[in-house]
Write a protein that binds this ligand. Structure first.
Ligand SMILES: [Zn+2]
Length: 408
């Protein structure tokens, strides 16, 4: 949430200016239910004479819409009621949560919890550093949180939740998380005629240090699991809509250094046409490489991506940043691309990673009665042949003896 800095001017009675290293965060409620008594209004109050004379000051006021900061975090304020040398006043960041009746109190508390979590992280403090105004002076403050059963505990739980590490974005460069076997099992479910795509992505992407699972998932998104059906036709071997801008080529689209033996444009066709599947996959990986890396193409590789030179290098190192709308640099693969990268992770990479790669055990074939009958016949005939052979040999012996007898 945006923090508006509206500091009490230096030298005012309520800006004492003692150097402070924050060790605590002190929570207050404003005890002002008036309509319009929001963060901005309290900022005005703190800059007025009444607050300067009191003197009273704190670091942040939080309402349901914004946060206003009144003092630098390197200086103390007068808010804890524990005296000029008190640790509450001299070592704690003071936060007032608004109670204005025209505001959303629950939202204001959530905003405050998020701010506290950010502060704890910034100053390397634990949850035990978050205390009530009551802790320093015994005052019934923060009165709303204190009055509501479980209010304070709930607030601390919200802070703890906001302190969880942020969801880590998905790198485009690196090792595959899903294995080749998983990729094949996944395609067997989703696009059984396209199993070879797993082999192509997993054999080509590592040369560029591109994650093959990420690239395969992007291709699955771009082509609807290789059903195509958009402006790019399957026989173009263009698996990521390269150069498919929405306007068909006039046949003179520049190749921008891409190998003319393997890449071409044709009048009336949307996007690039690649010589074969491997070329299309490699061009896709090169385009991802342009976004994720600042290095030149690996030695010995031909440029196949006709838009490689148009990419601002290393402008998207994470899948989530492939949509320009969600890329901090404002550029990206897809325009405006809201949810484009997140969708690759959520709708494709997650299901790929969840696939069980172990093949189904091949069931033993059911016995075939006809085959069994034939086997039995073969066994019988073999025995008969053996018996006849024995008989024949006996006759041969007898014939031989008769011959000897006749000669003799
Ligand atoms: Zn207070």
């Amino acid at each position: 949430m945006e923090i508006i800095q509206d500091f009490i001017p230096a030298g005012r009675g309520n800006r004492p200016g003692y150097a402070m290293t924050p060790a605590f965060v002190t929570i207050h409620d404003t005890a002002n239910e008036n309509r319009g008594a929001d963060a901005v209004m309290h900022g005005k109050y703190l800059k007025g004479d009444s607050a300067a004379t009191a003197p009273v000051s704190w670091h942040f006021t939080v309402d349901d819409k914004q946060i206003v900061q009144h003092l630098p975090l390197t200086e103390n304020g007068w808010h804890a009621g524990d005296g000029g040398e008190g640790p509450g006043n001299r070592t704690s960041i003071g936060i007032e949560i608004c109670e204005n009746s025209d505001g959303d109190r629950a939202k204001a508390e959530a905003n405050a919890a998020q701010l506290v979590a950010d502060l704890l992280r910034r100053f390397n403090l634990g949850l035990e550093a978050v205390v009530q105004h009551n802790h320093w002076s015994g005052k019934n403050c923060p009165r709303v949180l204190r009055a509501r059963p479980g209010g304070w505990e709930g607030f601390l739980a919200a802070v703890k939740q906001f302190m969880q590490p942020e969801i880590v974005d998905t790198p485009i460069l690196g090792q595959a998380v899903a294995t080749l076997a998983q990729a094949k099992a996944w395609l067997a479910q989703k696009a059984p005629e396209w199993l070879e795509m797993a082999d192509l992505y997993y054999s080509i992407a590592p040369k560029y240090q591109i994650r093959p699972d990420v690239a395969l998932c992007q291709a699955a998104k771009e082509t609807g699991f290789f059903r195509f059906g958009g402006i790019v036709e399957p026989d173009q071997n263009n698996f990521c809509g390269l150069a498919a801008t929405g306007t068909p080529s006039d046949g003179a689209t520049p190749l921008r250094g891409a190998d003319p033996a393997r890449v071409r444009f044709e009048a009336g066709v949307h996007g690039a046409i690649f010589a074969d599947k491997a070329t299309g996959v490699e061009a896709h990986i090169q385009h991802l490489y342009a976004y994720a890396s600042i290095d030149p193409l690996p030695a010995g590789t031909a440029l196949l991506d006709p838009r490689f030179v148009l990419v601002r290098r290393r402008s998207a190192q994470y899948v989530e940043h492939l949509g320009a709308a969600e890329n901090p640099t404002g550029v990206g693969w897809a325009y405006p691309g809201k949810d484009y990268g997140k969708s690759i992770v959520r709708d494709f990479l997650a299901s790929l990673g969840a696939v069980q790669a172990t093949a189904e055990p091949v069931p033993a074939p059911a016995p075939d009665p006809e085959l069994e009958e034939l086997r039995a016949q073969v066994t019988t005939l073999t025995r008969q042949v053996e018996a006849l052979t024995v008989e024949r040999n006996q006759y041969k012996d007898i014939v031989e003896k008769i011959r000897e007898y006749v000669r003799g």
